[in-house]
Design a protein around this ligand. Structure first.
Ligand code: PLP
Length: 392
């Protein structure tokens, strides 16, 4: 019996564990000091009332023989797929509801989608980035080429015609950098993918945070993208579903490779390995897309984005270079005074009692950078910003 040897190539995911260890040690040495975290990547506001009402009534249905439901449609209930199509329609993207797959969040689908691709495919992944793309490909034994984000390219790497890739990951708005591709730059990727027969895996988990009307919130707003891209989205950050679990993946009919529609392959994969998201959760998700629910979830997004604006304004006033914060809940700053990511972490913790996330934890190109998030409480954010000012 042999294990999957590729697992030996994974690096320990020590980032958040090390952050927690350092914070706990500091607290133990300095009892009574109040630590504020601007490192939280999870939402903090409660679910919208419309979502709660819908889930309550779905619970009632499940408790009644006449309305009880067992296994649902593998791809998600039509009512939710249609609600997702309606949401896309408002962005000018027109989908057939069988192009939409309801899942339990973007992370599962981003990892599982690799089932439908050959292990021989070459993969292009931005650095720094959400670590799931890297680890899931290492588990599958694929060779990875990294595309470096830096201040010059505003952490938005562009295609290099000398590099041949079959699978390309793009995350926009990006975690951790908060950088967002504009239509011109995204078109360069779509053109590259079409030319090289590559598939773009487009993670739009933070699309709801985009404020600028000219920025794309779906890759399908770019001509030709339906022939080369799969889009992953989630209600986690949009509607506070990190603990409820619901997301959706779009695979357009036009997207075929080696003569096979990828939609058909994914459906086959899902019908074999996935039994769907609970009815109760899908009713809650449907409510998030209703007019009333959407207004309510937008209020939470607006709250986080006001936090982001406060952070961005404070950094600008301090003359600290950063990206993000205007169209995303993440702010990615260059550590002042040439400090490394962990040096700045230690300085903020010990001198300001503020916690953030060292950029190097998201990839080698993150060294010297630092991630702040806007998911905290407003008063905490203001207090933290007052304290950060002194650390240079
Ligand atoms: N994609 C990105 C870029 C994320 O940052 C996250 C979560 O933090 C996810 C996907 C996963 O989200 P979900 O909760 O839908 O699995």
């Amino acid at each position: 019996m042999n294990i999957n040897e590729n697992y030996r190539n994974l690096q320990d995911s020590y980032l958040f564990a090390l952050v927690a260890k350092k914070v706990n040690e500091y607290k133990a040495r300095n009892p009574g000091k109040e630590i504020i975290s601007l490192g939280i990547g999870d939402v903090t506001l409660p679910l919208a009332p419309a979502v709660i009402t819908a889930m309550r009534s779905a619970v009632e249905e499940m408790g009644n023989a006449a309305t009880f439901r067992g296994y649902g449609d593998y791809q998600g209930y039509p009512f939710l797929r249609e609600a997702v199509c309606g949401y896309y329609g408002k962005k000018g993207v027109f989908l057939d509801d069988v192009e939409v797959f309801i899942g339990d969040g973007a992370k599962s689908d981003l990892g599982n989608i690799l089932d439908i691709f050959s292990p021989d495919n070459t993969v292009l992944i931005p650095d720094p980035v959400y670590p799931v793309y890297v680890d899931t490909n290492i588990m599958a034994g694929r060779s990875i080429t990294y595309m470096r984000g830096n201040a010059e390219n505003e952490f938005l790497p562009l295609p290099d015609s000398n590099i041949k890739a079959d699978i390309i990951y793009l995350c926009s708005p990006n975690n951790p950098t908060g950088a967002v591709y504009d239509k011109r730059r995204l078109k360069l990727w779509v053109d590259y993918a079409l030319e090289h027969d590559a598939v773009i895996l487009f993670d739009s988990a933070y699309e709801a945070f985009v404020r600028d009307k000219d920025l794309p919130t779906s890759i399908y707003q770019i001509a030709g993208a339906k022939r080369c891209a799969i889009e992953f989205c989630s209600l986690s950050k949009t509607a506070g579903f990190t603990g409820v679990r619901c997301g959706y993946t779009v695979i357009p009919h036009e997207l075929t490779r080696s003569g096979s529609p990828l939609n058909t392959l994914w459906l086959r994969r899902q019908t074999t390995k996935f039994n769907g998201v609970s009815y109760i959760v899908q009713r809650g998700a449907e409510a998030a897309f209703s007019a009333e629910g959407y207004m309510q979830i937008k209020e939470s997004v607006d709250y986080y984005m006001e936090n982001a604006r406060l952070i961005a304004d404070a950094l600008s006033a301090l003359g600290i270079w950063f990206v993000g914060g205007d169209n995303s809940p993440y702010i990615w700053l260059c550590c002042p005074g040439g400090m490394s990511s962990w040096e700045y972490f230690d300085a903020l913790l010990s001198r300001a009692n503020v916690v953030g996330t060292p950029g190097v934890g998201f990839g080698a190109s993150g060294e010297g950078f630092f991630r702040l998030t806007a998911f905290g409480d407003r008063l905490d954010v203001k207090m933290a910003l007052d304290r950060i000012g002194g650390i240079r």
